[in-house]
Design a protein around this ligand. Structure first.
Ligand code: HMG
Ligand code: MG
Length: 320
């Protein structure tokens, strides 16, 4: 005979809306690119392709697939062409690839890219460590990439890294970030991701930074926030961003990733942790949390180390 206490509850967030927040949010899934780029063991291309297909099957509709960067700098993504050829996602999936220079754009276009992302830094030191150049040099390299992609009919996303702090330079001024943001928007990027690469932001800082960027006249609808959870602040920073009107967030399934050139940067905000909060707030994302969790559990088996996601860990334990 089964008693009530034998029946385990299948955990899920209780949806209760909070005033003033959007009803829908777009998740920009960076797991295959940002998540995997710093894995030291090479992940086979067919595993990456299967990861992408499982993400789409879970309802992910925007995926950053890979980078057309120098394979000497990011060996893990040297298979960018092969992945693009193998993965074949439905036409309505927004799939994005990084290109740091003309060579990257040429490779991306030849591989059938649908959207390109350029990436620059808010700080001189990270521009040097990540791209071997200066802030101006990175913007100068991005400019022909943006122009060429737009001419080929592709939208372009712009990234700014080290927006809230830099491991070498410390605090980053919001006016410096706003100036870089304006230059990317003037080039023609249609979305702009503000990256807390080392995860040091706190909610007041998020409000302050967004106020500076929005004061330039940039519309809030073009902004995306890219939080890392290094100091456990990512979700609270998402909440602050929602209050400011942001409706797109970057995250990685299972909390994959760190930055290969930023000391102390741990994983991206886990998509599952983000979904738990958003769905709990009654905000729709189109993603099935259980299916995504299964994908991240499968991925831990492929890469051989545990997930950084609290939600994946908890749901896996609850299901065992
Ligand atoms: P460099 O060494 O100054 O440039 O690197 P180079 O022109 O001397 O090129 C070096 C070699 O790479 C040459 O080959 C080039 O041909 C080749 P070699 O002559 O030595 O045989 N090369 C390329 N090969 C393939 N594709 C290319 C390409 N370009 C040059 N596109 C470079 C400059 C920009 C290439 C390099 O610094 C680079 O690739 N950096 C990428 C670093 C990167 O991908 N970092 C991670 C992404 S940023 C990030 O994760 C942060 C973000 O997620 C937001 C956040 O978390 O905050 C976006
Ligand atoms: Mg990142």
């Amino acid at each position: 005979m089964t008693s009530n206490t034998d029946k385990l509850w299948a955990p899920a967030p209780f949806p209760v809306a909070a005033a003033g927040l959007p009803s829908e949010v777009r998740i920009y899934e960076v797991g295959p690119r940002d998540g995997l780029q710093a894995e030291t063991e090479l992940v086979p291309t067919d595993v990456k392709a299967e990861f992408c297909r499982r993400l789409v099957a879970a309802g992910v509709s925007t995926i950053e697939l890979t980078s057309f960067v120098s394979p000497k700098w990011i060996p893990q993504l040297a298979d960018a062409e092969q992945l693009m050829a193998d993965v074949s996602l439905p036409a309505d999936v927004r799939q994005v690839v990084l290109a740091p220079n003309q060579r990257g754009l040429d490779r991306a276009l030849a591989a059938g890219a649908r959207e390109v992302a350029v990436f620059v830094s808010a700080t001189e030191t990270f521009a040097s460590k990540n791209l071997n150049t200066t802030i101006d040099g990175a913007l100068a390299a991005a400019e022909p990439v943006v122009r060429g992609a737009l001419a080929a009919g592709l939208p372009v996303r712009g990234y700014i890294s080290m927006v809230f702090g830099d491991p070498w330079e410390g605090q980053v001024s919001s006016s410096q970030v706003a100036a870089v943001a304006e230059r990317l928007i003037r080039m023609g990027v249609s979305t702009l991701s503000l990256g807390d690469t080392i995860g040091v932001a706190t909610p007041g800082h998020v409000h302050d930074m967004l106020a500076s960027v929005l004061a330039t006249g940039i519309d809030v609808s073009v902004l995306s926030m890219h939080f890392h959870d290094t100091y456990g602040q990512a979700l609270t920073n998402v909440y602050a961003s929602l209050q400011a009107g942001i409706t797109e967030f970057d995250s990685a399934a299972g909390g994959l990733g760190r930055c290969p050139y930023a000391r102390g940067a741990t994983g991206n905000l886990a998509t599952e942790d983000l979904l738990w909060m958003l769905h709990g707030l009654g905000i729709t994302t189109g993603i099935d949390l259980d299916a995504l969790t299964d994908t991240s559990i499968w991925m831990t088996q492929q890469i051989g180390h545990p997930t950084a996601s609290r939600v994946v860990t908890a749901l896996a334990a609850a299901g065992s």
